[in-house]
Design a protein around this ligand. Sequence first.
Ligand code: FE2
Length: 297
Amino acid sequence: MIELTDIAYVRTGVADLDKAVSFATTMVGLELAPPTEADVAVAHLRADGRHHCLALVQGRSGVISSGFTVADEDALAAAEAELEQAGYAVTRGDAAAARSRRVRSFIGFDDPFGNCLELVCQQETITRPVAFTRHAGITEFGHLCLDAPDVHEAYRFWSSHFNARVSDWIGDAACLLRIDPVHHKLAVFRGDGPGLCHMNFQVATIDDVFRNWHFLVDRGIEIEMGPGRHPQSTAVFLYFLGPEGFTYEYSHGVRRIEDEASWRPRTFDPDEVGSIDMWLGPVRRVSSQPQLMDTGE
Ligand SMILES: [Fe+2]
């Protein structure tokens, strides 16, 4: 059993780096981390104590990888052995790739559906407060959501190899998973192929969600869903579309499951009124960014 200690980052390829960085900073509000000489054609975006949680890499448009932390080098080596034992092709990141990710070391492999996952150890922390480009109220990188054609198979993968527990099901449409008390730091949505459904940022108050909504609408940004409230996590959400098909989400008020022993995952019918948005707003499947194959990273 591989113990994931947290989510680490999303790494995504963008054809237009300047445009993607501009959106991530001026619209989403993230800080562009100061680049070093080694950071050629990659932009690191900060939202919390992590050096970055979003890396935009100049190149083909699409998701490169999703990163998760494990405790240390020994845990990483044990994970590598366990995954290889289970038949997964695991690669070790080289020094330059680890540096670009601001981790000491990492391994990469594909889940059964083709999502490229990376396990990392010693992701860098920065103590300096985040210099947000605008005040969106962001408190942290909240969760990431992957696509898979079969969410039940995805659950089997995550629960058999990792410490991921299902918090709630949305029928055959989604599986919401936790790796700590937060209701979900990982979700898998049903999709045609591998990809990233969205990347979430928590904001401090419900007012931030609504202020951000007006801010984005005023600037012509496509709101994909919300503001609304998910009955599963009780979070107030807003999904909006960034460049190159990348969906961002702000949310506030995610449920914490402090009593592991007594929690029973529930199942919601996605076609039932209020099952996605208990405020009964219009519901749609937000767009996903496809997983890139053979990124050469
Ligand atoms: Fe979400």
